[in-house]
Write a protein that binds this ligand. Structure first.
Ligand code: NAD
Length: 292
């Protein structure tokens, strides 16, 4: 396939490199002038999109996505699949998709989980929203860049699935850290607490696979001084997107709202650049009347 790739940052660059390694002809563009070995450089986003069978975007946010789509949609070749892998708000994803659909293109919003490691290894999970025809055309590319793609329904539903998942993750991580901090103060050994909870009804990915307590459970960022992993700043971005979506859809998300406020306080008070599980040492240092 001839593929255009726009946004060659931490995630986009290795994803584009995997498409090149699989034998595709990739033309790329990034405002920062980033180059990737084997990717031909275009002079702007429209040139990267023109005449391609597939155009992939991996951008920071919904406003930038809307700007880039206003440039690349008019340049798109009829029937081309336009895959947006950025994490953005549901409304921007749906606006970009309808612009593309009106122009005879096949849009798919396909945010990812798996992070920079997954992007490099080609083991990302894609959560995709779009028509059956658009998903079918994107699927072989998902297979190269990832290990799993779930078709979640209409445009925007990939973003909806991503923020619902990450809202659960933010809430369960804070809850897991709270439980460790309480256990400490009750004199309950962390290993004993892990052994019980990880095999009882309190288990979760945060506890079992990504335990926030150093030296407990499988290797996790807690064992590496909370170097991310998944940065608290990115968790805050996703929690804010969940709250924007909840406002827009008039959905009650009391715990999501609390987790968002908690990560806002954490990030603005020394947590920036740390893994999102580093709320554990913060909670341990706090008192009941000084919870945030
Ligand atoms: P990044 O900031 O490293 O990359 C974004 C790139 O987009 C940058 O290189 C930037 O120069 C480029 N860009 C910005 N505006 C542009 C424009 N108008 N035209 C062309 N290029 C433009 O970010 P990243 O870590 O690669 O993340 C990309 C997206 O993936 C984000 O939406 C992020 O939330 C999501 N995501 C990131 C991770 C992660 O672990 N880094 C995990 C899952 C999802």
């Amino acid at each position: 396939m001839k593929i255009g790739f726009i946004g060659l940052g931490n995630m986009g660059a290795p994803m584009a490199a995997n498409l090149v390694a699989a034998g595709h002809e990739v033309t790329g563009f990034d405002v920062a002038g980033v180059t990737v070995e084997g990717v031909e450089q275009a002079s702007d986003a429209a040139q990267a999109a023109a005449g391609r069978d597939a155009v992939i975007t991996m951008l920071p946010n919904g406003d930038i996505l809307r700007d880039v789509y206003s440039e690349i949609v008019p340049a798109g070749q009829e029937g081309a699949v336009f895959i947006d892998c950025s994490t953005v708000d549901v409304d921007s994803a749906r606006a970009a998709a309808s612009l593309a659909e009106d122009a005879g293109l096949l849009p798919v919003d396909a945010p990812v989980s798996g992070g920079i490691g997954g992007a490099s290894a080609g083991t990302l999970t894609f959560m995709a929203g779009g028509s059956d025809a658009a998903f079918a055309k994107a699927a072989p590319l998902f297979e190269i860049m990832g290990q799993k793609a779930v078709h979640c329904g209409a445009p925007g539903n990939g973003q909806a699935a991503k923020i619902c998942n990450n809202m659960i993750l933010g809430v369960t991580m804070v809850a897991t850290c709270e439980a460790f901090a309480l256990a400490d103060k009750l004199g309950l050994d962390r290993q004993a607490m892990f052994d019980v909870v990880s095999t009882s009804s309190g288990y979760s990915w945060s506890m079992n696979a990504y335990c926030p307590a150093p030296g407990i459970g499988p290797q996790s960022p807690a064992d590496n001084d909370y170097v991310p992993g998944f940065a608290a700043d990115l968790m805050l971005k996703d929690l804010r997107l969940s709250q924007q979506a909840a406002d827009s859809a008039d959905a009650a998300t009391p715990m999501g709202t609390r987790a968002t406020a908690y990560y806002e306080a954490f990030v603005s008070d020394g947590g920036t650049g740390k893994d999102f599980s580093a709320v554990l040492p913060r909670l341990v240092a706090k008192h009941r009347d000084d919870a945030d």
